[in-house]
Structures are given as structure tokens and as C-alpha cells.
Unconditional design. Sequence first.
Lengths: 317, 317
Amino acid sequence: MTDTKRLYLTEAEVTEMLDMDLALEALDDVFRARSTGKVRNEPRRRLATGRGVMNFMAATWPERGWAGHKSYVSGDFRVMLYGTNGEGLLAIIGAGRMGQVRTGAASGIATKYMARRNSASVGIIGSGYQAETQLEAVCAVRDIKTVKVFSRTAEKREKFASTMSERLGINVVAVDSKEAAAEGMDVLVAVTSSVEPVITGDMIEPGMHINAAGNNSWMKRELDTAAIVKAALVACDDIDQTRIECGELMRAVEVGQFAWESLVRLDRIVAGLRTARQSDDDITLFESQGVAFEDLAVCGRLYEMALERGIGTVLPE
Amino acid sequence: MTDTKRLYLTEAEVTEMLDMDLALEALDDVFRARSTGKVRNEPRRRLATGRGVMNFMAATWPERGWAGHKSYVSGDFRVMLYGTNGEGLLAIIGAGRMGQVRTGAASGIATKYMARRNSASVGIIGSGYQAETQLEAVCAVRDIKTVKVFSRTAEKREKFASTMSERLGINVVAVDSKEAAAEGMDVLVAVTSSVEPVITGDMIEPGMHINAAGNNSWMKRELDTAAIVKAALVACDDIDQTRIECGELMRAVEVGQFAWESLVRLDRIVAGLRTARQSDDDITLFESQGVAFEDLAVCGRLYEMALERGIGTVLPE
């Protein structure tokens, strides 16, 4: 136990180490492991703090020797990582940027295993904090030639288009309606905090893969029920958490248009236990909630990388 | 946010600051606050780590400005404390000794408000890690003249008796049966990890107050059902957690001898909303599970004290 280095990693140190490839690799690994039942996860819970809530969520992955949890209050995100072989606390890791990258990567993994192989265009609705990594992740797993973005404020979507065009080396075009962002696209991403659906049934085209990444509260809806009904397959990161937090699926269940029993875990698709699509015309939908085992997988790697590179503050016993 | 000092407090630093009086005060406060509904608590959860489990539990107390959680793996206990007024992370606190003291203090608070005022004798069954603070807490709230201790290994109970006699200035006597530890005692404490009851119905005497402090798993039992049935009042720290973890009450419910509806929250007794005893002959029972709001109350004070005294490692952003 005394040989274990306990590290404190700041947001800046994490940002220095973390890129999308690392997150995609970590998530691919953990989804595969989860399909064997060897990764345990507890859904996010929330407790009132007066001004907002404290969120906390936990996971363990004994094969890798990691147990940990993420919590956040007032926009301060932290992961606490323990070793499962008697080491005790391994690290406390600033997890704001980490969460943004891993949420992108989760949509990347879903796109990799669910979208048509020849997908070459992406429409994205939303241009906020989480939108950049969503787009980056999709572009990392498919050879994307065309990107359209819509969000309500023209200035913001244009800023997003120019920033991302430069970063990705792809022409990202800002468009003036959500319909225009969806039309003719192979992949469609919603990453908003909307309570009114931004993807409606009439926007869905044959063969489309949809990532719904903004919906993590029963109060929110990004897809309307008509859109959900069109999907041949609906996958999620964790069924327990989706049943608590995914407002649009709750609504579809409530009106008798969706059954929880038909919801598929993404890990089963990643591991090849379940086929994502029967044909190129199938519509597939990934409902991303953001779960603790994703945080654990990325933070375990960050800890190892920090040890190797000598990054971080070493904590006393 | 930049003015907030984030502290890392080691076990040694906590041990230096924490005493029973501080813990008793903190718990008295938080139980009172909880009676008004202004303290939120999430029961302990456990996730397998291969060799054992990761435990995690959370609470918020917005009036005091604190939100936090405790987790532990392989005997390494840590509390993460956040501010609820935009400060983000306040402290990471070594919580092994803290847990031992706060669990003692919870029994102290129960004894203070539930035991007969003139209680002068304590029997204690168990002489392990948690037994010292159990006895210390009871002696802090009643004028105790006589203490008897029983545990299975003669050497251990004699060591406990001599250590505690010296520390408390009271004659602590090791006895050779659990019955001898209970006979004629005003307060009876069980603090074991027993799966077979150590307090049986025949050991219960009129007017006794019992603290059952070791039972925090459905697999364990410290009291048999005959003993539970004799209690005029059964109180607990948290009803949700008790229903998940208190093996002996589950067993009594299972055989139709106890009803969850009759379980009373200790906070209601502390706040005077509920009378603990109708007469000096009543038998009262406190089922201590150990809950997150107790950790939060003590750790919030430790953080404040550490700031005042300049104790702890200041962490970067």
C-alpha cells in the first residue's frame, strides 16, 4: 500500500493528457468488458443542494483493478479513483473536460458500431459545450465529408462552424433550421438541453443513425415519439440509468409506443452479441445518458498516463 | 470560487483535530436539522470489486453549505466535501478514524435522548475497533460508574478493559459471558460483526437502553427477535438505509414480529417531536447503520477547523 502513488490531477493536467483517441480506446475496452458482466455500474443519483444538485455515480472494473465514482456540484466535476487490489485511493481527477470528451467518445463508439459503414455526412443540432466533442468523435470513426450544424442563435452556430471547420479540416456549414441540418444526412446528432423535441419523425430518413446525447433528465426531450418509433433499434449505455433519466423514452413508453424490454445495451453491439442493423435502410438510435463506467475507464488510463509522465501532485497518505 | 481553499486532510491530521465532543456536537446539530427535512441523505450502496466491495454514500445540508460523500475500498475511507454556494470542491478528508468516532457519537446521541437519565452502568459486547468510541460516547452523555465488557477472546476483552479504564477513569471489568455483560446494566451496547445474535430476549431487563451498532448488513444479526419484541421503541439513523441493511429487523419483519411502520427516526426524538420513553421501565433500542449525513456533519466541521488552524495540504485548482 505504501508504494502506491496517490495523485491529484487538475483540469489543466487532464486537458494536457486527454485526447479523443484515448477516450475512444478506453470506451471500446470498457463496453467490451461490460458485455461479459464484469463491469459494475450504479446510475447517477442527485441530491438537492439548495441552488442545484449534487450528482454522484459509481462503477467498478475489478479486472482492470479500478473502482471509482464521479460527483459534481456547481459545475465542479471530480472523479475519485481507487485500486481494487488493496491500494486504496489512487487519484482525485478533475473531470469537467474528461466528461465532455468521454460523452463525445460514447457517441463515437455508438456511431462506429451502429451507423452505416459508408456514412459520410453529419447533421448536428446544438452548438454548446458538448457539441464539439460529439462531432469530433463521429469524425474519428467515419470518413465524414459534409457537416451541417444548427442551433437557435445564428452567431453561436456560425462560430461553431468556423471553429470546427478549422479543427477537423472538414467544411462545417451553419444552417438556419433543424430540418436543414438533418436533410440528407447519414448521421444526426442532438446535443441540446431542450425540453421540446428538436428531432421530429418527419426529419428521419432511411438508413440514418441518430445520437441523442443531451437527454439526461425526465424533464427533457430531444426526439419526439414519432421519431423514436421509426428506429429499428434503440441502444443505450446503461438500462437502469436510461429508465430513470431518459425523458423522451419515458414519454414514448407512457403513450404505449415503446417498450423498455426492446432497449439494447450498446456493449452487446460493441461485443458483437447483437447486430445493430439488418439493412442499410434501418434507422438506429443511440440514447446516451453518460455513465460512471465510462468515467472509470477514461480516468483509470489518465492515472496510468500521469504516473508514466510524472504529471500531477503527489498526495500524502 | 478562486478564494476557496481546497484542502487534503490525512488520517493523522484528522486524528489530531477530532474528539468525541466535536462529533457529539456535530451530530446533535445534524439530527436536529434533519428533523426539519433540510438534510438529504442517500443510503450506502456497494459495488463488487472482486476482493470486496466499494461502498459509497452521500448527503447534502444546504443550510450549512455542505454537500459530500464518503466512499471506501479495502479499508481506505475518504470523504469528499463540496460547498453548495458555488465553491466547488472544498476538501478530501481521510475518514477512517472519523467514521469510528462518528459511529460512537451516534450511539452517544441515541443514549442521550433515549436512555434513562439516571443510567449509571454500561455493558458492552464486542471489543474491536469500534467498541472504544461506543463506550467513550455513552460515558460522555451519562454519569457512568460501572462498565462490563465481553468479547469472545479473553485476552482482547482484558486489554480493552485496561485501556478503557485508564482512558475514561472508570473501572471497566472484563466478564466471561455476554449474559454477565448485560446483567443489571442500564445501557447495553452490541458492536460486533456477529451473524448469530449476541443479545437475546432473556438478557433484556426493564428500563434498559440498547445500542446495536455492528449490524449493517442483511447477513448480520446482533439481537434476536425476542429481544427486539421487548423494545417499546425502536429508533434508527435513517429508515431507507435500515430497511436495506439491518439484518435483525429484516428477520423480525420476515417472521411477523416487527413492522417497518413502527420504526422511528432518531432525529425526531432529538428534536423533541417524539418521546423516547413513557416510563423508566420501557426498553428502548437504537439501530445504528452509520449514514452519510453524520459523515457530512463531522467533516464540514473538520474542514472549518483545518482552515482556522492552518492544517492540511492546500490543493491546486
